[in-house]
Design a protein around this ligand. Structure first.
Ligand code: HEM
Length: 635
């Protein structure tokens, strides 16, 4: 077994779900799995086991509760700390640090890996290609889902790695938190500006917190709950949730402006919106610190905030005897169920394909009763390969110009994304909330391809400067920061054919793109996961290549079966919805209804709201869309 070489006889943690090890359709008939063995010689001897180590002390014991905790503790009664914030990402592959501890990976030649900005510019050029089928909402909802599940821990160090003018700071090469991205002198955007670097600060690890022994690899930490529990709405701790609650009628706090409800103002505008000079503008407070990052994300946050309050108001009217706490927790519980249903049955099929999800037991479209697939042995932790490579691949879907669309679906205006990073005020202007929402469902997302939009590759977070950062470069650099395993080893762990030469990679990657990889990297063992897997052609009926399909499905499978509170689970009557309630959640939860119910005045919506309008998906009156029957919660 090739795997055994990796860890001195210890098997790699196998990817274990459903009948996953089935081969994916392979363009080359004679996929060569044995090739994996040649990489063994490269692995340095390792003394460690890949286990999650953490300084976080989980509760010693748990009380069974009808409701989830905010931090996810006690979801797993045997392992109360599973899935809670401030824990390391799960690793599917061994760490690939150059020194086995924390240094950026290097080439097998011993040299540095190629410059990430150069890779970004060469392999993933700026170009806008429209998706013929899926709308911008499919892109945007994905970011929202990703924020529910992970967030890299950021340092509170004041080190200046690369300053606001793109010049190397005093700490650039001396402070271990710094890993600035160096701009090649021939860079067409930044070269003429004299920009030296893009800022990059390393993720905080278990090692930084003295939670790992000195010779063990540093494990990057995620600071939010891993469960799909709407932590970006409700926060990741009881104290955070308390700041967001109004404690009246089970509602979340809102402020009313212009007759509409908005999230409360963030007390820390400098950190969350970075615009002290514009501190009179809205900078919102929700369960997730990233909510102000872009207008479309802010819209989804506001939609879900309003959805909680809509459910709470209905429950309060139906059950006058319920107190604030009961209404709040029941509304939260229904809201999370609705969200899980949309994610698994409407959103994930767009990218991972319905058949694939059914086959690998991520969804059960035929189920009429409960689906009791909860498995207490499964760890909910988000894998680093998922969060730092696979799921970030959908950054390719981002559109740089946001459409404002009227109710009769005419393009009224468009606006530049980089004008509105961390400046959500645009959603409150006139009737822009509805017009941006209609833009989400009417504008195509950018095609899943190797091309990216320059608004995030040349202008990211530019504020009032001409140019900004590059998300593509950040993604590649973050993979190195976390010591992710390389592309071929990841294919091996996924049970996919393992290439032994660049030419072998043509099974999933087009010849011209393999040629690009061969010019970038000196050796196939240097080829990075994010880079090569992003260049794979889509697996049949999916919007993603085979390697990322494996990593995404592995994650979303675990996210589902590790969650004792998953809405389809009926094993514990204290937690389960009644069958009538479950059926109503299944038939009445939809992206379309969610937007209809919580936008300002939108009256018409296409039923499949991740899909562009087409002959089979025409806008219908909002009232005609199925909805959850909340009277089933009347006591
Ligand atoms: C306008 C849209 C978006 C912007 C501006 C954006 C920006 C960013 C930025 C700046 C980071 C951190 C980069 C770093 O320093 O490592 C990040 C991380 C990430 N993004 Fe996006 N993103 C967007 C959309 C998306 C979408 C559509 C998805 C997935 C469907 C996604 C998934 C992720 C994931 C999984 C991470 C890592 C989360 C973590 O564990 O910390 N993003 N994004």
């Amino acid at each position: 077994n090739c795997y055994s070489n990796y860890l001195n006889g210890k098997e790699l943690p196998a990817i274990e779900f459903g009948d996953f090890q089935d081969k994916l359709p392979n363009a080359r008939s004679n996929g060569n799995r044995a090739g994996g063995c040649i990489y063994a010689q490269r692995m340095r001897p390792t003394k460690y086991e890949i286990v999650s180590q953490s300084c976080v002390v989980p509760p010693e014991s748990c009380e069974k509760s009808r409701y989830r905790t905010y931090d996810g503790s006690c979801n797993n009664l045997e392992n109360p700390g599973w899935g809670i914030p401030q824990q390391p990402y799960k690793r599917l592959l061994p760490f690939n640090y150059a020194d086995g501890i924390s240094k950026f990976p290097v080439s097998v030649t011993g040299e540095e890996l190629p410059n990430v900005r150069e890779i970004s510019q060469t392999a993933f050029p700026d170009k806008v290609v429209q998706d013929p089928k899926w709308n911008l909402n499919a892109q945007q909802w994905g970011q929202f889902v990703s924020h529910d599940m992970s967030l890299t821990a950021s340092t509170d160090s004041n080190a200046v790695c690369c300053d606001a003018n793109g010049q190397l700071g005093p700490d650039a090469f001396t402070d271990p938190v710094c890993a600035p991205i160096i701009i090649p002198s021939n860079d067409t955007t930044h070269g003429p500006q004299g920009t030296q670097c893009l800022n990059f600060v390393r993720t905080v690890t278990t090692r930084d917190r003295n939670c790992t022994s000195s010779d063990a690899p540093a494990q990057p930490i995620s600071v939010v709950s891993a469960y799909m529990d709407l932590s970006m709405v409700y926060g990741n701790s009881e104290s955070q949730a308390n700041e967001l609650r109004s404690f009246q009628g089970g509602r979340l706090l809102t402020v009313v402006r212009d007759g509409r409800e908005w999230p409360p103002q963030n007390p820390n505008v400098a950190d969350n919106c970075g615009r002290v000079e514009l501190s009179d503008e809205p900078c919102y407070l929700t369960g997730d610190s990233r909510m102000n990052q872009n207008p479309q994300l802010a819209i989804l946050h506001i939609v879900l905030l309003r959805e909680h309050n809509r459910i709470a108001d209905s429950l309060a009217a139906l059950n006058p005897s319920w107190d604030d706490e009961k209404i709040f927790q029941e509304a939260r519980r229904i809201h999370i169920a609705e969200n899980q249903h949309i994610n698994y049955y409407e959103y994930l099929p767009v990218f991972l394909g319905n058949d694939y999800l059914v086959k690998h037991k991520l969804i059960y479209p035929e189920a009429e009763g409960y689906v009791d697939d909860y498995d207490p042995k499964v760890d909910p932790a988000v894998s680093d390969e998922h969060a730092t490579a696979a799921y970030r691949h959908f950054h390719t879907l981002i559109q740089g110009y946001l459409h404002l669309i009227t109710e009769d679906r005419q393009l009224e205006a468009y606006t530049r994304l980089s004008d509105w990073f961390n400046r959500p005020i645009i959603v409150e202007v006139r009737d822009f909330f509805d017009k941006l929402t209609l833009g989400l469902i009417s504008q195509p997302q950018s095609l899943r391809d190797q091309f990216w939009d320059s608004e995030v590759t040349q202008y990211l977070f530019r504020r009032n400067r001409t140019f900004g950062s590059d998300l593509r470069s950040l993604d590649i650099q973050r993979g190195r920061d976390h010591g992710l395993g390389n592309y071929i080893d990841t294919r091996s762990v996924c049970g996919l054919p393992v290439p032994t030469s660049f030419q072998d990679m043509t099974d999933y990657i087009s010849q011209p793109n393999v040629d690009i990889l061969a010019t970038i990297y000196k050796d196939i063992r240097d080829v990075e996961l994010f880079v090569a897997a992003s260049l794979e052609e889509s697996a049949p009926n999916t919007e993603v290549g085979p390697t990322f399909l494996c990593l995404l499905a592995e994650q979303f499978y675990r996210t589902r079966v590790s969650d004792r509170y998953f809405y389809e689970n009926g094993a514990d009557p204290e937690i389960a919805f009644t069958l009538d309630q479950l059926r109503s959640i299944r038939s009445g939860s939809s992206m379309a209804r969610l937007l209809c119910d919580n936008a300002d005045k939108i009256q018409f919506m296409q039923p499949r709201a991740f899909e562009l309008v087409s002959e089979g998906n025409v806008p219908v009156p909002c009232d005609s869309l199925p909805k959850i029957d909340l009277s089933l919660w009347q006591e």
